[in-house]
Design a protein around this ligand. Structure first.
Ligand SMILES: [Zn+2]
Length: 178
């Protein structure tokens, strides 16, 4: 795109980061029948283990994310925003986690819409498991993403969080600058 008419190429709503210096966001996921992370809103959409997700604009077809569009990989900047705006459809199994976002990231309050994403840390909400799967077995399955996984309770997921998560959030804020 041209820098026409004095519009800056990147405004306050646009962040550009490298993969080794990502922005962290928060998301809910649910579990597909193959026990992979899947989108809460697009049930058929799985997050492939070991593969970086790249955003596509299905509606318009331009490079995603674009500023005045809905495209991009979504996450909320903090847990509070996720709780207010994130969709989390009990009674299905819920995974809460942080996701690394990089490339072009549009800060579209209350969400980030990113070009690239990969999970950074996952918390399985154990009391959201409704079938006979043991939390231990499920945590084992989630290890295919090769990121830290832990078990938390629904209370922690919606009202508070574990010390580990708090530490990680503090850390990612620090490395992420302000
Ligand atoms: Zn778009």
């Amino acid at each position: 795109m041209g820098a026409s008419g004095g519009h800056p190429a990147s405004g306050p709503g646009l962040i550009v980061r490298d993969r080794d210096d990502p922005v962290f966001g928060w998301r809910y996921w649910q579990l597909s029948s193959r026990r992979l992370l899947r989108s809460v809103t697009q049930r058929e959409f799985e997050w492939p283990p070991g593969r970086v997700l790249r955003a596509l604009c299905v509606e318009v077809g331009h490079p995603a994310p674009a500023e005045r569009c809905n495209c991009g990989l979504y996450a909320n900047p903090d847990l509070e925003a996720l709780r207010q705006h994130g969709l989390c459809l009990a009674p299905e199994a819920i995974v809460l986690g942080q996701v690394a976002l990089w490339g072009k990231v549009v800060d579209d309050e209350p969400s980030y819409r990113a070009e690239f994403a990969y999970p950074a840390r996952l918390s399985l909400v154990v009391d959201s498991l409704i079938d006979e799967v043991s939390p231990e077995a499920m945590l084992e399955e989630l290890s295919v993403y090769r990121v830290p996984v832990q078990a938390i309770t629904l209370d922690e997921a919606v009202a508070g969080m574990s010390a580990d998560m708090l530490r990680f959030q503090a850390m990612s804020r620090r490395t992420g600058g302000t």
